[in-house]
Design a protein around this ligand. Structure first.
Ligand SMILES: *Cc1c(COP(=O)(O)O)cnc(C)c1O
Length: 376
């Protein structure tokens, strides 16, 4: 018999958006009732861009309405054609940004330890049509940057990182956004840092930022000239203000997340059939997610059983990422999922457990009690 947990408390959601105190936000937006400047790269937008550059340790960033448009417009700005090598163990956005640009995604398998692109499998996928590589820093785990960039350099491919999970991280002391040709961040409500919705691109060459500035504003190149078929992807002033407030507290929030992750590790480390996330050398983590992989044979319960048992106890976990993007019905079986076996394996077994700065350590204990009670 699997043990049971003797209490049923209030619900715990898988995440909860960070918010500043209401007064702090009101103070931040107050002057907008004088200026009436609500969007179109106003003072809040400009201030947030400056503050983020400092915080992220970057020379150049461009703010956008969300992380998806950061990816989509970056690919457009690079004027790419052909195939983009990426991974299917990611959020819909990564693959959609490629397809919506008329490019063909080619799926590389993931490394079963970091869940990021298996750089050892990258070179074999390169063809005459390959134009770029779009790897993802999954759960804030940093990709094999050295190897990916070595190969990309050899074949003259662009490297664009999906850094939606990697806000504020550093690799050997350098801001994570300083690698590759560009990195795309998300400031969605569920991310470590949010501006309600929002995103940014960090980039190496100045022309890319100038181009993105136009593309996010319909392609306007001055008041009377439209030089590109742009989109509308501007971050509005209310969102930028939320970003300014949340940025003041993000370090404190990451510290709280760290404590929570440490508690999870204490409780779940070493249990047969459970695999916790890797700790990477040289990486300053943002503790964005707490993924757990359940191997049914050793653990004695499947991912589905753990998910359901948590739900019975009012605890939300997330099958993240499941399903793989190369199996989405919108792609009508165009991609062969058997070519990414490690991604498929992980996707069927992983759960991310609740993690946000306001989660109490007693809640972590309660979650772990339920997980442990599933062990067969
Ligand atoms: C959240 C996310 C995105 C998209 O960001 P939005 O701001 O929601 O548009 C892209 N990629 C990954 C991996 C994400 O988690």
């Amino acid at each position: 018999m699997k043990g049971d947990v003797p209490y049923m408390d209030s619900k715990i959601l898988v995440t909860r958006s960070s918010m500043p105190g209401m007064e702090e936000y009101i103070d931040e937006i107050r002057e907008m009732w004088d200026s009436h400047w609500l969007t179109n790269m106003g003072p809040k937008h400009q201030k947030l861009e400056e503050e983020l550059k400092k915080y992220l340790g970057l020379d150049h960033i461009e703010l956008l309405v969300n992380g998806h448009m950061a990816l989509e417009l970056t690919l457009q700005a690079m004027n790419l054609q052909g195939e983009v090598i990426t991974t299917p163990f990611t959020f819909a956005s990564t693959t959609h940004a490629i397809v919506r640009n008329g490019l063909k995604p080619v799926f590389c398998d993931i490394d079963p330890v970091t869940y990021t692109m298996d750089a050892g499998k990258l070179e074999k996928l390169i063809t005459d049509y390959t134009c770029a590589v779009l790897p993802v820093h999954v759960y804030g785990n940093i990709c094999n940057i050295e190897e990916i960039e070595r190969i990309a350099h050899k074949y003259e491919l662009k490297v664009i990182y999906d850094a939606a999970h990697a806000f504020g991280e550093t690799y050997h002391g350098k801001g994570i956004g300083s690698f590759g040709d560009a990195s795309c961040f998300s400031f969605h409500a569920t991310k470590v840092f949010n501006s309600i919705e929002g995103g940014a691109v960090s980039y190496r060459e100045k022309w890319l930022g100038d181009y993105l500035y136009e593309l996010k504003n319909f392609g306007f190149h001055g008041p009377e000239e439209v030089s590109e078929v742009g989109a509308n992807a501007k971050l509005n002033e209310f969102s930028a203000s939320m970003g300014l407030c949340n940025l003041r507290h993000v370090d404190e929030e990451i510290q709280k997340r760290k404590k929570i992750v440490e508690r999870y590790r204490e409780r779940l480390e070493g249990i047969d059939g459970i695999r916790l996330n890797v700790v990477q050398d040289g990486v300053k983590s943002n503790y964005s997610y707490f993924p757990v992989v359940f191997e049914e044979k050793q653990f004695g319960a499947s991912r589905a059983e753990v998910f359901d048992r948590l739900a019975e106890h009012g605890i939300g976990a997330r099958k993240y990422f499941y399903p793989l993007t190369n199996t989405f019905s919108c792609f009508h079986r165009r991609f062969d999922v058997s070519k990414t076996p490690a991604a498929l394996h992980i996707s069927k077994r992983v759960l991310t457990l609740p993690l946000y700065a306001g989660l109490g350590l007693s809640d972590v204990d309660r979650i772990c009690d339920v997980v442990v009670s599933c062990k067969g």
